[in-house]
Design a protein around this ligand. Sequence first.
Ligand code: AMP
Length: 424
Amino acid sequence: MKVLVVGGGGREHSMVWKLNQSPRVDTIYCAPGNAGIAGIAECIDIKVDDVDALLDFVKYNWIDLTVVGPEAPLTAGIVDAFVKEGRTIFGPNAAGARLEGSKIFAKDFMQKYGIPTAEYKSFSSYLHAEEYVRLKGAPLVVKADGLAAGKGVIVAATVEEALDALKLIMKDRAFGDAGNRVIVEQCLKGEEASFMILTDSKTVVPLATSQDHKQIYDGDKGPNTGGMGAYSPAPIVTDELRADIMQNIVDPIMKGLSRERIEYRGVIYVGIMVCDGKPYVLEFNVRFGDPEAQPILARLDCDLFDLLKATAEGRLKDVNVQWKDDASICVVLSAKGYPGSYEKGKVIQGLDAFTNDSNVVVFHAGTSLKKNSVVTSGGRVLGVTALGKDIRIARENVYKAIEKIHFDGMHFRRDIADKAIKRQ
Ligand code: AMP
């Protein structure tokens, strides 16, 4: 079988790596891919949101399954375009992708179907939003409605910060049309967890739990990033909490999708804040989290190709999903300056050290090939991912592995999974 993976980050490298283990997969293409993906797949130079070019590629190369990594092509309707042409593609259609593409749609959906979430109001007028911010007082969270590459959410500790956020989004239009409307919502205090499900609208399969680390510095300090590391399983999600999430969040999501006549085939990522033991939804994503996919797929103990194809074809009930007992951790190595403007083109050393280590895999995110060297080309550069009998051993393995890697300005957090270890 031939597979096309759309995307070029750490999440897509982990997907390609896992798909490559399937005996049913002969050839993997990746658009656009990166230097690490190029070692196991053929990278093709097509942008992730160039739906017409991707469809042409799939037609002329007889691709059996297309797997979409990032959100932008999903919200742009890649699945609708492929399905219309009779192609098998993993991911939700544009109607389903609105759960991520419009935060107001997602919050209204949550309210309509009784899904616990922070109190909120949405605005298309700056003056009304400003009035509401002053009325409510800080802390508050201000969110651009549309896609903003993970930067459209501002947690404001003071009224001034909230007003600055409103100005940034609505007046300076820092995120363009994504800021035509905003949400102002109550700031929740608690611990976050990521809960992902796979669904074909008939069957729901919860994936292994995980926890991301958004801030750039240890101790959850500094500005938010795309994610600096993640681990799985997340002990904060106890059996009791998991049952609560399934009953009070996942069931109403599925009921809501059915009522709205949205046939959803793909991943639903539920970002959760656990406040006093109760789960509240912060956001939905309509694809695997990055970097959560890396530790989760490292623990997946069945054929990813079968799983994704069955989901895309509405046969998810036929697949038996298995997980390794091992814990896993992914630590992101980032470029100097990230999440602000960052350096590029730094040579990465030490990558050859891992070819025979079954416990460690180095997923590439922002890398490219220059002459014969792998160089940095993105803010998040690598996601070093290790398995271990338990989370402590996985942590030992991952930090030992990182010692072998170097590039100028390399930064990483040294406290990934500390919360899990403390909880034990
Ligand atoms: P989102 O993209 O909506 O998940 O927001 C990104 C990050 O902002 C989350 O991972 C949280 O750390 C933070 N956040 C979002 N909404 C809230 C909220 N209502 N209260 C506190 N923090 C929030």
